[in-house]
Design a protein around this ligand. Structure first.
Ligand code: NAD
Ligand code: ZN
Ligand code: ZN
Length: 362
């Protein structure tokens, strides 16, 4: 058993509490990882607000981390102590019908099919003050050590800087892949991205690398626009500067609407606005933002009848165990610069300050 620090969420709506926790050794088929760095994604905040489906508290959040294998359980062959790894918040078991389908990156072991609050044997490896603490998406990267199933671990290049490539555990691949894998943005096209946080900026980078001619960044926080321009946005629009709905503004700016729109916020109203912003025939709208549990959208079906496509993405469509190591290699070859997404670096003791910065749009 390892004793280490972790940021524990004891109850919905309460700040995280940095505690000493016990982390049990990995059982058969599991891997114990020393987490070196983790990002904060808005999905962690949805969890703290109680908006994330099927999660029990107390829980250790965090799902965008990188670390080093400390020990492995019986039967683990794909990684060994000392390997650099990224724990995967979307696993790839390699055996389910979706894993076997080359068109899909879903896995039936993911949280949406089976809650990942406990490890597959329905027990937790974390305790604190005599209480069992739950896992989050199995990865719980807000702990200095965590235990995950082998099929939720990607071994990465030994040269990778863990404090940078931790972003390849969620935010960057999600946005980048939403553009190149899910939407399949074509050269010369026009794109609109609703929400220019870490994930939205990664969509901008994906649209740019795919050769989009016009990339419109939409956000109510104008402080986001300088970075969006630096990464490839050609136009920046604040919906609060207009009286008319943003979908009308974008349609007027582009003639008939954009070719590709992306919702990267997680609100039902911006999802509908993003759908209505892409053109009525060949337009593709990709939903990236995570809606609050129980959200319902009502739309005019005519929006789809004329040919628009509405789709969603999990982690940008990448088959995670296969693709994350390749993305890390592309990072090392400087094919993209995800370092530009890093705004602040804090020690674990200041994790709540990190969430304050996120909520303040910093
Ligand atoms: P973030 O909070 O950093 O960014 C959200 C941005 O949206 C902010 O810049 C904010 O100012 C802007 N915004 C809020 N309301 C708006 C409005 N009405 N109109 C325009 N802009 C508005 O969040 P993030 O970490 O970039 O995550 C974005 C979303 O993506 C979250 O919902 C997160 O849960 C989700 N997500 C989904 C996946 C997936 O696999 N689909 C993976 C990671 C994150
Ligand atoms: Zn995330
Ligand atoms: Zn699977």
């Amino acid at each position: 058993v390892i004793r280490c620090r972790a940021a524990v969420a004891w109850a919905v709506g309460k700040p995280l509490s940095v505690e000493e926790v016990e982390v049990a050794p990995p059982k058969a088929g599991e891997v114990r990882i020393k987490i070196v760095a983790t990002g904060i994604c808005r999905t962690d905040d949805h969890l703290l607000e109680g908006c994330f489906p099927k999660v029990d508290f107390p829980v250790i959040p965090g799902h965008e981390g990188a670390g080093i294998v400390e020990s492995v359980g019986d039967g683990v062959t794909s990684v060994k102590p000392g390997d650099k790894v990224i724990p995967l918040c979307l696993p790839q078991c390699g055996e389910c019908s979706f894993c076997l389908n080359p068109e899909s990156n879903y896995c039936l072991k993911s949280h949406i099919s089976e809650p990942q609050n406990l490890l597959p044997d329905k027990t937790s490896r974390f305790t604190c003050k005599g209480k069992q603490i739950h896992h989050f998406l199995w990865v719980s990267t807000f702990a200095e050590y965590t235990v995950v199933p082998e099929y939720a671990v990607a071994k990465i290049d030994a040269a990778a800087p863990l404090d940078k490539v931790c972003l390849l555990g969620c935010g960057f691949p999600t946005g980048y892949g939403a553009a190149i894998n899910t939407a399949k943005v074509k050269p010369g096209s026009t794109c609109a991205i609703f929400g220019i946080g870490g994930v939205g900026l990664s969509v901008v980078m994906g649209c740019k690398v795919a050769g989009a001619a016009r990339i419109i960044a939409v956000d109510i926080n104008k402080d986001k626009f300088a970075k969006a321009r630096e990464l490839g946005a050609t136009d920046c629009v604040n919906p609060r500067d207009f009286k008319k709905p943003i979908q009308e503004v974008l349609t007027e700016m582009t003639g008939h609407g954009v070719d590709y729109s992306f919702e990267v916020i997680g609100h039902a109203d911006t999802m509908t606005a993003a759908l209505a912003s892409c053109n009525m025939s060949t337009g593709v709208c990709v939903m990236v933002g995570v809606p609050a549990a129980g959200s319902v959208i009502s739309i005019n079906p005519m929006l789809l009848l004329s040919g628009r496509t509405w789709k969603g993405t999990l982690l940008g469509g990448w088959k995670m165990r296969d693709c994350i190591p390749k993305l890390v290699s592309s990072y090392l070859e400087k094919k993209f610069n995800s370092d530009l997404l890093i705004t602040h670096t804090l020690p674990i003791a200041k994790v709540n300050e990190g969430f304050e910065l996120l909520r303040a749009g910093k």
